[in-house]
Design a protein. Structure first.
Length: 245
């Protein structure tokens, strides 16, 4: 059974909106414009569409709504799913140009709601993996599934997921996964992972399906870029409310 990761957030279907800036001088000619590329209205680089997330533009507050699945119709603007580009799109007027009017947008609220969507996305992928028996849960099961098969030498786990507050065997398992060339990502907490599977706490998980694993890793990277400590706490305040003109 093929795994339905097809309904990916930035899959290739869905409404196009006016993703490219409406300013004629900045718009590449139709010949140059490649359908699979989009302008990030934050950093203003043109990149493959998959790298960007769409925001739909509404006529009423909050004016700009995350639309990662590109399902909301109407006008839209594409942005890298990072604090930096969302902030630039607010400050330098990328969203306002798409809205064709001056709008007040809370950048921090935007990236917070976007991060929540990606968290929900990775939660549903983990639940889907579990229903398809493509998930192993808990230290013992993960350790077992990280052991190379005697026949093939392959390990079953594609991606190791650890809760941000996991302790115990975490380091041993992370080292084991790295040794076998398997990726690791950090998602949620022991409590939040536990809730997905009706348990009190889950500290480690192993995803056995590579496509689900890829998508979970992508979601986790985006979430960490949007809320991680890397971006610091001060810029959340700085971006608090900026009037896009
Ligand atoms: Zn950008």
């Amino acid at each position: 059974m093929s795994v339905a990761v097809a309904e990916k957030f930035d899959g290739t279907d869905g409404a196009e909106g006016e993703d490219i800036s409406s300013s004629a001088s900045e718009r590449p000619s139709s010949d140059e414009r490649v359908a699979s590329e989009r302008l990030c209205v934050g950093c203003r680089r043109t990149v493959p569409r998959e790298e960007l997330v769409r925001f739909a533009i509404a006529d009423v507050a909050p004016y700009v709504v995350p639309d990662p699945q590109r399902k909301l119709g109407g006008r839209g603007a594409s942005v890298h799913p990072t604090r930096e580009c969302i902030q630039l799109a607010v400050k330098k007027g990328g969203f306002a140009r798409a809205a064709k009017k001056s709008v007040t947008i809370d950048a921090a609220a935007l990236w917070t709601s976007l991060a929540r969507l990606y968290e929900q996305r990775s939660d549903s992928l983990l639940i889907a993996a579990s229903r398809r028996n493509m998930l192993v849960i808990g230290t013992d099961a993960v350790r077992e599934a990280l052991r190379p098969s005697e026949k093939t030498g392959e390990v079953r786990i594609e991606v190791l997921v650890v809760a941000s507050d996991a302790e115990g065997r975490r380091e041993e398992l992370e080292a084991g996964a790295a040794r076998m060339g398997r990726r690791c990502c950090v998602i949620g907490t022991k409590n939040s992972l536990g809730r997905l599977f009706g348990r009190d706490e889950v500290g480690v998980l192993g995803i056995l399906d590579s496509r689900i694993g890829d998508e979970v890793v992508r979601c986790a990277e985006i979430v960490s870029g949007l809320c991680g400590s890397r971006a610091g706490e001060t810029d959340a305040k700085a971006a608090g409310r900026a009037v896009a003109e």
